[in-house]
Each structure stands twice: as C-alpha cells, then as structure tokens.
Design a protein around this ligand. Structure first.
Ligand code: LAC
Length: 313
C-alpha cells in the first residue's frame, strides 16, 4: 500500500477518484485539494465516514492548502474547467493551462518526488505544462486518456457483439481529442482480432462513437463532463504503479523518438510500474494507421504551439 495519494481538484472526477482510491485501499492517506474552500474538506470527511460501512481504513483529508500533499507518492491532477455542450477539449486550453501552472508549482514544492498523473483537458497539452512547470523527469509525468478511450471502445465492442467486456481488449493511439486513433487490428475479443468479428462498416461506427465518447456524455450532462469512467481509468494506472504490476496501458507520455516523435505527449502503449513510466512500446503501423496517427499528433502539436505562443507573447 502506498503512503499517500493526492488528488488535486475536488470536482466530480477528483472526488469520485478519492472515493475509489479509498475503497480500494491503494494508499493509507488521501489528500484532496481544491481552491473552493469547504468542498475538499466536506467531501473528504464524507468519504472518510463511509469507511466503517465499507470496511476501509484509508485516512482522508481535504483542504485548500497544498501542505496536505506533502510526502505523496502519486499526485493526480484533475483541476480545471470541464467542457460544456458544443465545446471541444481544446477550447479549455488557455484557462486550464493557467490553473495547471499554479497547481504544478505547488506539486513541485510540496511533493517533489511524486509521480504525477494528469487528467485535466486538453489532456496532452496539459501534460506538457505539468512536465515543464514541475521539472520532473518525464517518467514521472503521465497523462490519463488512453485507458478511458479504450474502455469506451471496449464497451461499444462488447455491446455490438453481445459479449462480456471482460473478454474485450482494445487499443487506442494518439492524442485525447477528436482525432484519436482506435486501432481495430490490435483490438481483440478473447484473442480474436476485431476485423474477424465485425465488418469494416460496423467497426467504423464503433470507432466514431469512441472518438465522440466524451462529447456524447457532455451532451447529456450539460453542466460537465464524464467522471465515473475517467476516475475508474485513473485507478487502473494507480494500481499498476502502486503494486508495481507493470501493466501495459495506453497513456499519454513524452515521446523521445518513438513513433518518429520527439518531445511531444501522445497516447501510446506503455509499461507502468513503481517508477511510473517504465517502457514505451512501439508497434509497426500500416500506412493508413500511420496517417491517422499523424493527424492526431499534429493536433497535439498545434495546441502545444499555441501555449508556447502565449508564454512568449
Ligand atoms: C472525457 C473527458 C474527461 O473524455 O476528456 O470524458
């Protein structure tokens, strides 16, 4: 069990994540931080009081002061504005970059040895801000997106084939945006590649729905974006790090020449263990897959350029 996991942002994603961490007893302590006084304190206390019923001894503390994140092994950053209907994740770029900068200065100060998992959107660009502001090595700054995107793809595949989600593995590459690249060729049901089971037309429908998976939920909720599946996806990553399981999960990481990309955060399959990012897995793509990935990479690059332009302006 880890000593402490800090969650920055006590909104829906952050609070649900704190609850999931507590219920899974992934760490002895959970610190929940938010700028709005009362919310992190109240939610942490509420989750703490579920302990006797659920049978966990996880200690939760909430507050607006960052000193409560001291000695955290993992810091998950969920702070930032969520999308409203009609907005793309990229519309959040400037506002969330400011929030992210402030959060990361505090993470650097109070939890200099932590592994940082970024959840705020637009995800890949926010990872860049986190890497830059904390100055942490890139094995300790990882973005959550691929686990969520592939969970959505898996859900839709299972539904289409009327099979258990447990037997469905799916693979999504690229940035966490409308141009993400769900790869049918590397997605399987009990080891059977997806193109053996579904027609190209059926596959295209599932891929499109996966790409719009976040927006579909925003359109329903209106006042915010998804949080149950996003928080569940972070748990997968935390568990692999906390238990040094070395799972292969799709995450946004700073590429260093892999996939022909250098110095850009893009979603690829990686090994997660006690050191955070332990290996980037590179696979050979077909020209069509490569082209789709290229478009997604350009989207991330353009967001990062916009941020750089802001900083130097
Ligand atoms: C989503 C948001 C969290 O995909 O990016 O639902």
């Amino acid at each position: 069990m880890l000593h402490k996991i800090a969650v920055i942002g006590a909104g829906n994603v952050g609070a649900t994540l704190a609850q999931r961490v507590a219920e899974a007893e992934l760490s002895k302590h959970v610190a929940l931080v938010d700028v709005v006084e009362g919310i992190p304190e109240g939610k942490a206390l509420d989750i703490l009081q579920s302990g006797p019923v659920y049978g966990y001894d996880t200690q939760l503390v909430g507050g607006t002061q960052y000193n409560i994140i001291e000695n955290s092994d993992i810091v998950v950053i969920t702070a930032g504005l969520p999308r409203k209907p009609g907005m793309s994740r990229d519309d959040l770029l400037e506002t969330n970059a400011k929030i992210m900068t402030d959060v990361c200065l505090n993470v650097k100060k109070y939890a200099p040895n932590a592994i940082v998992i970024v959840v705020s959107n637009p995800l890949d660009a926010m990872c860049h801000v986190a890497l830059q502001v904390t100055g942490f090595p890139s094995n300790r700054v990882i973005g959550m997106a691929g686990v969520l995107d592939s969970a959505r793809f898996r859900t839709f595949i299972a539904e289409a084939l009327d099979v258990s989600v447990q037997d469905v593995q799916a693979f999504v590459l690229g940035g966490h945006g409308d141009t993400m690249v769900p790869l049918a060729r590397f997605s399987t049901v009990a080891g059977i590649p997806l193109p053996e089971l579904l027609s190209a037309e059926q596959l295209e429908k599932l891929i499109t729905r996966t790409r719009n998976g976040g927006a579909e939920i925003v359109a329903y909720l209106k006042a915010g974006s998804a949080y149950y599946a996003p928080s569940a996806s972070v748990i997968d990553m935390i568990e692999s790090i906390a238990k040094d399981k070395k799972r292969i999960l799709p995450c946004s990481v700073n590429l260093n020449g892999e996939y022909g990309v250098k110095g850009l955060y893009v979603g690829v399959p990686v090994k997660l263990g006690k050191n955070g990012l332990e290996q980037i897995i590179e696979i050979k793509l077909t020209p069509a897959e490569r082209e789709a990935l290229e478009i997604s990479i350009q989207d991330v690059a353009s967001n990062v350029e916009k941020l750089k332009a802001k900083v130097t302006a």
